[in-house]
Every structure is written in structure tokens, then in C-alpha cells.
Design a protein around this ligand. Structure first.
Ligand SMILES: Nc1nc2c(ncn2[C@@H]2O[C@H](COP(=O)(O)OP(=O)(O)OP(=O)(O)O)[C@@H](O)[C@H]2O)c(=O)[nH]1
Ligand SMILES: [Mg+2]
Length: 600
């Protein structure tokens, strides 16, 4: 059978998964109902977190499709996928036009010599700007140095959510056939008799895990035929060659996988039986064969410590609370979470490094749902040293804001060492591009949303390491810390709410050293949220019932990671997210601070 291998890439939310789901429905491999975003967190958040494979069949051809995540923290995953397919569908929202992620994934595709098919999606949106979007896409191709062949890209228009595509905007179309026909026509065939005749060469580009089968390698067969229960050699990245046995092979079929006895050159398969296999290694028949070119895996950019929860409230909600259980869980995570690194060398804390705050948030959310209790330290940006020079990761950010806010935003971003690269006005909006050290950006999103009153859009993308720009100090609030154990009372919260933003409401269990809010004055303050009104025999006016409390700010995982300060932990349990000081007693904190000053 003929095979085509494609990946669907785009900025977040431009419609990749809707398109993949619609392609599966039209070709009959999936019904209405849950589609590719099958993970619980994906469904709740409405975004793709993990890249996933599927295959559809059309006019006697098998089309292997990889649906990729759009969020910037998972972009390194996209890069790996691009190495293993032959063409990309670049989905672009017909109203928004190209966005930062569009630029990033297109750049990677062009560098790899891929010829994108542009799918202009959401043409049903009343505010869609088809001609404008087309021009913007063309400009972007030019800017990114596309060659003549790449510049001559095909555009297909679509309404992915309704399963409709057309090659001419004025065509009438009821389904996705125009897109499927374009794929068959434009994407090079992956399989051929000649390739199948060659000796086996297979390369994994993604990993999976199954409790019974162990590690799974999602791989492209470049040459030859792979068979279940066969002996193979694995050429490792280190240059070492190991002898292994493949136990099972699966091909993709809609949302499910099909076990097969063999598969041949051009296809994408999932392989079981190789417990130590890793992305970019070469699986072959004969150790003298050449390895396939390596696949780069992007380095993590932030790190933080995970430790067992030792707060006074630990163990109330979780099933797994010891360091040993934490270690086992993190070890398991490393099986599949390719962008993640965990240092297990210490026995009581584990340094976890990842691609961004969101990458870490997803791991924490999964763990708390499984019943873990964890404490984490503040995420720190990972610095690098090259030729004696200190380097740090930089991001490009694009902000789209109402024009009257331009001054405020530029000022705030400059304080965080952001440098303006480009600015243009569109109607009553201004679009500004900055380059900023990732350190400066940490925690900025919350502030951006507040300062634009939710009307601004901000997107970012890591662009690489650049020289360290010196200290950045932008924390403007302190923490409001409880001095007491007990339940918070409305009366005391009423008095405290004027001095900062509270994270708790009345009747919340608190402990000494727990952070219950921020302190607007900029310095930490220790307060007693459990203090009731002094009792007198007299009944006065203004009793507790008439107290008006501002609703507290809910502390989510994301928010907690962003706003916490260096000497705090975020306490994460199945039912709660709390902030606390690492040293719960004020006297200890003072001692530590004095000690630090002495050492200085
Ligand atoms: N109006 C309109 N909305 C669409 C269309 N296609 C998708 N959407 C909506 O756009 C939103 C995002 O769609 P997804 O398919 O999840 O986008 P995605 O690119 O996979 O998103 P990530 O994987 O998170 O990057 C959903 O609410 C869809 O219903 C379309 O053709 N028209
Ligand atoms: Mg998606």
C-alpha cells in the first residue's frame, strides 16, 4: 500500500486537532465523540499536551498523521516529529493570521527542507481576513528564507470543526476530500519497493509506556521490513551497539492501534520489547550498518526541586507522601517525558528540569490527581556557561494590546530587561515584539493580564541562549504570612484584605508559616488570620455577619508557581494548593537571613 507521512503543525488553538479528528471521521476510522485529545487534562483544558499518531485510509493510500501540541513548552516535541515525516500541514487561523508558534514551527520545517501545505482554517469566522492572512503567510515564508519551491506553497481553505475543505475559496464543498486529494498529490510517497528491499533501518522519534509491555518506541521505518519476535541491533547515541529482541509491533488506525506481524519501509509503527530504546537511535539488522542522523532534543530551560510534603497539614489528602514514592513516580515519568530531566542523586529532594512552567504544571497536576502530595521550590531558569561566558535562555514575546496601554506595557517589560524589537499598529491595537530573558518573563503573565484588564494577548517562544543580563528584580509585593495554627476567621480577614490580596477565605485551615496572601507594601508581613473579635458583654453594631469580604484569589498550580518567592514552597496535594515559607517559624527565617548577610 502507498503511504504518506504528515504532521499537522500550528500556533496553539488554530485547529490542528479539530482537523485531525475530522480527517478520521471522514475516512471512517473514528466516530463522533472524543477524538485525539483523549487525555483527561487535554479534555479539561481543551488543548493538546502530547503529540499523537493516527492513520487514515483514503483512495487506497495510508496517511500517517502526527497531531502536535501548539503550546510553546512542548515545541521541542514538534521538532522531533518533523524529522520523521515528509510534509507538514501548516494550519493558520484565517482571522489571527500567523502567530509566534506559526513562525517557530514553520522555521523548523523550512530548515528541514519540508514543503508545507498551508491550511487556512476557520474561514467561517465572521472576522476572518483571508487575503490578509495569505499575504502574511507569504511574507513569513520570505522572512524565514523559504526557497522557491517552498514559496510556491499550496493553500487549502478549511472549516475544520465542520469537516470542510476547499482548494478555491469560492468552491462549494461538503467534506475534506479536497484536502485529502492535495495530500495524496503533493506529499512524496514514503514507501517504495526499493526501500523495502534494503536492510532494516528504523528510528524512534517518540516514546510511550505500557504497564505490561514497558517502554514503547514510536518509530519510522526508513528501510527494510521489521518483524515481531525478531532479533535486532540497536545503535545507541553513545556509539554502543546492543543486541535486542522486538516482541510486538503495532500500526496506528484511527484512535486505536493494531498489532501486526510485520511492517515495511515508509510506515510509522510502535515497537515493544526494547526496554532502553531512546529517541534518535537506530534499530537495524547488522551492526555494520550506518546509523541514521541523530535527532536533537532541546535542553530544559527551568528547574525546581520536588520534595515530600512536610507541612503541618501533610498526609491528610494524599495516598503517596514519602520521598521514596516520589522518587519512583519521577523515575517512571522519565520513561515517557522526553523533555524532562530528573536528578535522583539526593535522597530527600529531586531536582526536576523542564521546558517551562506549563510543562511542570502538567506533571504536578497529573501527580496530585494520582494521589501524590508534593512540595516544590520556585522554578529557576537554567544558566549555561560557554567559553567562560554566562548565558541564559531568551524568549521572544509578542504582545497584542489596546494602543492606549502601550506605554505601560513597554515600561513593565523593560523593567524585566525586555528589549523592544518591533512595533506596529493595527486599528486600535498595537502589536509589539520583544526579546526578553526567560528570567524576566517568569511570573509576568499574571501581571500582563491584570495590567491589560484581560484585553491583551501575549505569546512567547524560547529562542535560545544569550549572554546573561545581570540581576532582574521585579517582585513588587511581599507575602502575608500566618503566625498561627487554626481556622481563619472572617473578622481578621476583613482587616487584612486592605493590606494585600488574600489567597484564602474564612474557615480555611491555616498554619504558622503559611502564606495566606500577598502584602501590597512589598515586604513580608506576619499576621494572625485566626483572631476573632474581642468578646464583650455588649452587643455592638457591625457584628460578624455584616462583614463584607472580597472574594479571595484562588491559588492554582500555575499561579502559585508564578508568584511564589525564593524562600517559599508550593504545597500541592490532591485537594489543595498552598504557599508556605520554607522555614515556618519567623525566628528561623530571621536567623537564616542574618546568617546569609554575614556570609556575604
Ligand atoms: N470557527 C471555527 N472554529 C474552529 C474551527 N476549527 C477549530 N475550531 C475551534 O478552535 C478551537 C481550537 O481547536 P483545536 O483543534 O483544539 O486546536 P489545536 O490547534 O489542536 O490546539 P492545540 O493543540 O492546543 O494547540 C476549538 O474550540 C475548535 O472548536 C473552524 O474551522 N472554525
Ligand atoms: Mg490540538
Amino acid at each position: 500500500m502507498e503511504i504518506r507521512n504528515i504532521a499537522i503543525i500550528a500556533h496553539i488553538d488554530h485547529g490542528k486537532t479539530s482537523l485531525t479528528d475530522a480527517l478520521m471521521r471522514q475516512t471512517g476510522v473514528a466516530q463522533e465523540g472524543p477524538g485525539m485529545d483523549s487525555d483527561t487534562l487535554e479534555q479539561e483544558r481543551g488543548i493538546t499536551i502530547y503529540s499523537k499518531n493516527t492513520s487514515v485510509f483514503y483512495k487506497g493510500t495510508k496517511i500517517n498523521i502526527v497531531d502536535t501540541p501548539g503550546h510553546a513548552d512542548f515545541s521541542s516535541e514538534v521538532e522531533r516529529v518533523l524529522r520523521s515525516i515528509d510534509a507538514v500541514l501548516l494550519v493558520v487561523d484565517a482571522q489571527e493570521g500567523p502567530m509566534p508558534q506559526t513562525k517557530f514551527v514553520l522555521k523548523k520545517s523550512l530548515e528541514l527542507g519540508l514543503k508545507p501545505i498551508v491550511v487556512m482554517n476557520k474561514i467561517d469566522k465572521p472576522a476572518s481576513r483571508i487575503e490578509w492572512t495569505k499575504d502574511e503567510i507569504f511574507t513569513l515564508f520570505m522572512e524565514l528564507g523559504a526557497n522557491d519551491e517552498q514559496l510556491d506553497f499550496t493553500v487549502v481553505y478549511s472549516i475544520a470543526k465542520d469537516g470542510i475543505a476547499k482548494t478555491d475559496i469560492n468552491d462549494n464543498s461538503e467534506d475534506l476530500s479536497p484536502l485529502l486529494d492535495t495530500i495524496i498529490e503533493k506529499v512524496p510517497a514514503a514507501s517504495s519497493e526499493e526501500l523495502t528491499q534494503k536492510k532494516l533501518r528504523v528510528q524512534p522519534f517518540n516514546l510511550g509506556y505500557d504497564n505490561f509491555m514497558g517502554r514503547l518506541a514510536i518509530s519510522r521505518i526508513y528501510e527494510g521490513v521489521i518483524k515481531a519476535n525478531s532479533n535486532v541491533f540497536v545503535k545507541k547515541i553513545s556509539g554502543e551497539v546492543t543486541s535486542e529482541k522486538i516482541t510486538k509491533i503495532f500500526t496506528f488506525n484511527g484512535l486505536s492501534k493494531k498489532e501486526v506481524e510485520m511492517a515495511s519501509a515508509g510506515d510509522i509503527v510502535m515497537i515493544a520489547g526494547l526496554p532502553d530504546i531512546y529517541i534518535g537511535e537506530t534499530i537495524c539488522n547488522d551492526p555494520s550498518q550506518d546509523s541514521l542522523p541523530l535527532i536533537n532534543i532541546d535542553e530544559p530551560t527551568i528547574s525546581l526541586n520536588f520534595l515530600a510534603n512536610n507541612s503541618p497539614l501533610s498526609g491528610r489528602e494524599g495516598k503517596f507522601i514519602t520521598s521514596r514514592q516520589l522518587r519512583e513516580r519521577l523515575k517512571k515519568e522519565m520513561e515517557v517525558n522526553v523533555g524532562l530531566k530528573v536528578d535522583l542523586s539526593s535522597s530527600d529532594y529531586f531536582k526536576v528540569s523542564g521546558r517551562g512552567e506549563f510543562h511542570i504544571t502538567i506533571l504536578l497536576e497529573n501527580m496530585r490527581r494520582e494521589g501524590y502530595e508534593i512540595q516544590v521550590s520556585k522554578p529557576q531558569v537554567i544558566l549555561k556557561e560557554e567559553n567562560g561566558k554566562k548565558l541564559e535562555p531568551f524568549e521572544e514575546i509578542i504582545t497584542d494590546i489596546p494602543s492606549e496601554m502601550t506605554g505601560v506595557i513597554i515600561e513593565k517589560i523593560s523593567k524585566r530587561k525586555g528589549v523592544m524589537k518591533n512595533m506596529h499598529v493595527e486599528g486600535n491595537h498595537t502589536i509589539i515584539v520583544f526579546e526578553i530573558p526567560k528570567r524576566g518573563l517568569l511570573g509576568y503573565r499574571e501581571e500582563f493580564i491584570t495590567s491589560t484588564r484581560g484585553e491583551g494577548i501575549i505569546c512567547s517562544q524560547v529562542i535560545g541562549f544569550k549572554p546573561y543580563v545581570g540581576e532582574i528584580n521585579h517582585r513588587t509585593v511581599g507575602s502575608m504570612i500566618s503566625m498561627a495554627n487554626g481556622k481563619s476567621l472572617g473578622f481578621s480577614l476583613f482587616n487584612l484584605q486592605e493590606r494585600g490580596e488574600l489567597y484564602i477565605g474564612p474557615g480555611t485551615e491555616v498554619y504558622e508559616g503559611m502564606v495566606i496572601g500577598n502584602a501590597a507594601k512589598g515586604r513580608d508581613m506576619v499576621v494572625n488570620p485566626t483572631k476573632g473579635k474581642e468578646l464583650t458583654n455588649m452587643r455592638s453594631k457591625g457584628s460578624d455577619e455584616s462583614i463584607l469580604l472580597t472574594p479571595p484569589t484562588e491559588l492554582t498550580l500555575e499561579k502559585g508557581l508564578r508568584i511564589m518567592s525564593d524562600d517559599e514552597y508550593l504545597e500541592v496535594t490532591p485537594g489543595s494548593v498552598r504557599l508556605r515559607k520554607q522555614f515556618l517559624k519567623e525566628s528561623d527565617r530571621i536567623k537564616i537571613k542574618r546568617g546569609n548577610e554575614k556570609n556575604f
